[in-house]
Design a protein around this ligand. Structure first.
Ligand code: X5A
Ligand code: ZN
Length: 492
């Protein structure tokens, strides 16, 4: 299995900026890249990464997502004067052009594709590309929200073509809805798109009806578009973790992606003027860690938004540090998702019930439909309790007569390493088979992530028991909450 983390950065992508007065756009500054890279140097993370050079994306690559007409418009901005630039910019929502924008946008695409190539060729296990302009809002015929070319969408199309991938997961943790990505893959079941975003019942930019939880995808792509709309500001670590435990991770483990692309925006972090959310930089370490357990660790993080320079750069560092497999920092704050977050989570779970087994058999449905799998026990019970408790030490004891398979135990070991600053002991009964010992040792050392093949489904008896425990314990262990109904019930 490949090791090593790629870092892709070139200061040429700082060579464009806003030239006139525009209060909506003036937060997207070159210093976003400079301060992130400075902070990576400060923590000596740059020297631990494998430096991969950027290149320009080709016209052919750009046209995997965009029209040639739009490409020509962007190209034409290279030679424009300020007045002309301003006029083109006004054709789009929250966009500014500079004579260097086209060059940088091509570099942002190329940087992203270099990262995909590095990961897919096995040169590295994972990596991050620090790019400007961002991409997730841009569309076939339009720039939008500071975005010119859709770096991550192009990367997914490219990976499908060049490497024949059949399942790609895009996780968009930027605080804005990446509607551009949603539009590209809406009908495509080979790309699962997950986005959470500040929504406030459609009162927040980009003010779209289709950012809500009921946009599940269309045609063959039904079930492959997951929107978690946040209807309040101030969402924090526990809300984000709850969305991972109860929405993204169960679906992602069922999807079995071959590659993960992260639309890695940090305007969802604390202090950001756009997002107004509260997640601390440590939170991004944990989000990254969970995703590293999928797709054999093949993860490409590509910068999107993030406008509070300190918060942005610390969060970038947390992401890269985690990709490098450093122990994770403890996550701070009381672990209790707020009611509004639980409502959003319940809504998206409900909307996706028809499409995912892990969601289908939950809730108050008839018991003969209970045929859940092991992931739902780990993600729906063990992890939420563990994160609620925040232990200083994790001990996993594997006794005789166990019902979990080798894969399950290894997965659990990997996932629990995010806790207790990775201080973890696994106690295995002497007479256990060598395969189990090897697999757990590999999980602990990080040389491989467990190979997720088919997991044995849990028995109906176990699933019911888990559900019963969850209802019983969620007052104390609030991370277990994933439906507002139970939340209210437990208060009575
Ligand atoms: C990439 C990104 C945000 C645009 C906000 C416009 N764009 N109000 O974060
Ligand atoms: Zn954003």
């Amino acid at each position: 299995m490949a090791s090593g983390t790629a870092l892709i950065y070139d200061d040429e992508m700082t060579s464009y900026k806003l030239l006139w007065d525009d209060p909506e756009c003036d937060i997207e500054v070159p210093e976003r890249l400079l301060s992130s890279y400075e902070q990576l140097k400060h923590y000596h993370l740059v020297e631990r990464c494998i430096h991969v050079p950027v290149r320009e994306g080709t016209e052919e690559e750009i046209m995997l997502v965009h029209s040639s007409e739009y490409l020509e418009v962007v190209k034409s901005t290279q030679t424009m004067n300020e007045e002309e630039l301003q006029r083109v910019s006004e054709n789009y929502d929250a966009v500014y052009f500079h004579p260097n924008t086209y060059r940088c946008a091509k570099l942002a695409v190329g940087a992203t594709l270099q990262l995909v190539d590095s990961v897919m060729s096995g040169k590295v296990r994972n990596g991050m590309a620090l790019v400007r302009p961002p991409g997730h809002h841009s569309q076939r015929n339009a720039a939008n929200g500071f975005c010119v070319f859709n770096n991550v969408a192009i990367a997914a199309q490219y990976a499908k073509r060049r490497y024949g991938l059949q399942r790609i997961l895009i996780v968009d943790w930027d605080v804005h809805h990446g509607q551009g990505i949603q539009y590209v893959f809406e009908e495509d079941p080979s790309v699962l798109y997950y986005s959470w975003h500040r929504y406030e019942h459609q009162q927040f930019w980009p003010l779209l009806r289709e950012s809500d939880y009921d946009a599940v995808g269309q045609g063959k792509g039904k079930g492959f578009n997951l929107n978690v709309p946040w209807n309040k500001v101030g969402m924090g670590n526990s809300d984000y973790l709850a969305a991972f435990f109860h929405v993204l991770l169960p679906v992602a483990f069922e999807f079995v992606p071959e590659l993960i692309l992260v639309s890695s925006g940090y305007d969802s972090g604390i202090g950001d003027p756009e997002g107004q959310m509260n997640a601390t930089p440590e939170c991004f370490a944990h989000l990254t860690h969970f995703l590293m357990q999928l797709a054999n660790g093949r993860l490409c993080a590509v910068l999107e938004g993030g406008y509070h320079l300190k918060s942005l750069s610390e969060s970038v560092c947390m992401t890269v540090k985690t990709l490098l497999r450093d122990p994770l920092p403890q996550i701070s704050g009381e672990m209790a998702p707020c009611l509004s977050a639980i409502e959003s989570i319940q809504n998206v779970r409900g909307a996706h019930k028809p499409y995912w087994k892990c969601l289908m058999y939950e809730g108050n449905c008839s018991s003969d439909a209970e045929r859940n799998n092991f992931f739902c026990a780990v993600l729906g019970f063990i992890l939420p309790v563990a994160y609620s408790y925040q232990p200083d030490l994790v001990i996993i004891v594997i006794g005789p007569n166990r019902s979990l398979g080798v894969n399950g135990i290894s997965l659990l070991t990997c996932l629990l390493q995010g806790l207790a600053e990775s201080q973890i002991l696994v106690v295995i009964q002497v007479r256990s088979e060598i395969k189990l010992v090897q697999s757990v040792a590999k999980a602990l050392s990080g040389v491989s992530t467990p190979d997720f093949g088919a997991y044995a489904p849990a028995s109906q008896e176990n699933v019911l028991e888990i559900k019963r425990l969850r209802d019983q314990l969620q007052q104390e262990w609030k991370m277990l909450r994933c439906s507002a109904h139970n939340h209210l019930q437990s208060k009575m």
